[in-house]
Design a protein around this ligand. Structure first.
Ligand code: SOE
Length: 390
């Protein structure tokens, strides 16, 4: 019989569902060396957490994360709560010898991220951060092509992550729009994913310049009510204290150039997370809205045959795909979490640290902090354009 790894999940909304589903589905598809067991779920509202436990299949529930961490029958603490709670819970979990998985961004500041990293390292626990897009098979495959040198020297990494769920001025002031809870807006929520892909596929970023914008500065007070919808609380209004959109340019250690855009104001784009990489011998393009396809251009193609070809990353030879269906049968968003949890469980089974982990989260946090610093007026050299007269 496989060794069981007992999971304690803190939080139960959108990401809680995605993580729980992944733990449940993992043994069905993957022959992981250990078996995750949904031991306990934790939330402050007893009625809601009890309901979540029933729906998601947890054996028990807790209403205080400290009680969850104290339990001897819990091996993993999985944190899917708002960003300002990650550090305290993760550090306490590591000190108690629990393996830790945390949603992104890792922390509220570089200092916090460093403390979290120190805690998991000194307590020798397995740790991961949930940058799930690395585990889209098309992107894992893109990484392989880049490592094999198929693109040669990389010149450009271009990413934009576009959403539109807060465009209405009447969309309530949820935690994701408050700096003291979220840390930042589109930056930490969306650009952090693109930065992770840049680090994964290209190299470490070494310097950046940035611009941030908050288009709607006041909203009715309210809270999340499942998925990305929200309910307003009444007539009271409050200030939006995070960015709605961010643009970043940067340089990688290997000399390549990076451009990023992340926004929650790109009308019609529900979750358009896309990247393009251009290298010496070719280019790749990928977009989450068509996530099983990878576009590849190879300069060596014969004349007359030049151009992007589309690879359906649904063959059994493609990363993770032999776990699922016959060739040509696609997978979706939820599978990216199954793959990440698979790596996490393998890490726990073998003692080998998986990636992305808290070290990657810390490096990402340093970029987020640099972007905020660079975006502050005065820290950026603004060159005003001359008025051109006809
Ligand atoms: C909301 O913007 C959100 O759920 C993010 O928090 C996730 O990280 C992203 O993958 C999808 O959109």
């Amino acid at each position: 019989m496989k060794k069981q790894v007992r999971i304690g999940l803190v939080g139960y909304q959108f990401m809680g569902k995605a993580h729980s589903h992944a733990y449940r589905s993992l043994p069905f598809f993957f022959d992981t060396e250990v078996e995750p067991v949904l031991a306990a779920i934790c939330g402050r509202n007893e009625t809601a957490v009890k309901e979540a436990a029933n729906q998601m299949g947890f054996e028990s529930y807790e209403t205080d994360w400290r009680s969850l961490i104290e339990r001897d029958d819990i091996d993993v603490i999985d944190i899917v709560t708002p960003n300002n709670t990650h550090a305290e819970i993760a550090i306490a979990a590591a000190k108690a010898g629990k393996h830790v998985l945390t949603e992104k961004p890792l922390a509220m500041s570089v200092e916090e991220a460093e403390e979290m990293h120190d805690a998991v390292v000194s307590n020798q626990v397995i740790h991961m951060i949930c940058h799930n897009y690395r585990f889209v098979p098309a992107l894992t495959y893109a990484k392989k092509l880049i490592e094999e040198g198929k693109l040669g020297q990389i010149y450009h990494f271009r990413a934009n992550y576009l959403q539109d769920f807060i465009m209405s001025p009447e969309f309530p002031l949820i935690w994701r729009l408050k700096k003291d809870v979220a840390g930042s807006g589109a930056l930490g929520d969306l650009a952090a994913h693109s930065i992770d892909l840049a680090h994964y596929l290209v190299d470490d970023l070494t310097e950046i310049q940035a611009l941030t914008k908050t288009f709607i500065k006041e909203r009715p007070v309210g809270e999340m009510s499942g998925g990305l919808s929200a309910t307003r609380a009444g007539e009271e209004r409050g200030s939006v204290t995070v960015d709605d959109a961010v643009a970043i340019i940067g340089t990688f250690a290997n000399g390549a150039m990076a451009t990023f855009e992340a926004t929650r104001f790109a009308g019609g784009n529900r979750n358009r997370n896309q990247i393009e990489i251009n290298g010496e011998y070719g280019s790749i393009r990928w977009n989450m809205e068509d996530m099983n396809k990878l576009e590849l251009y190879l300069a060596a193609d014969a004349e007359g045959m030049q151009g992007f070809r589309t690879i359906d990353v649904t063959e059994e030879s493609h990363p993770y795909m032999d776990a699922y269906w016959a060739a040509g049968h696609m997978i979706g968003y939820e599978h990216t979490f199954i793959h990440l949890i698979h790596e996490f469980m393998q890490g726990i089974a073998t003692g080998k640290q998986p990636e992305p982990n808290f070290f990657d989260g810390l490096k990402n946090q340093a970029v987020l902090a640099a972007v905020e610093q660079a975006a502050e007026t005065g820290q950026r050299q603004v060159v005003e354009l001359p008025e051109i007269k006809t």
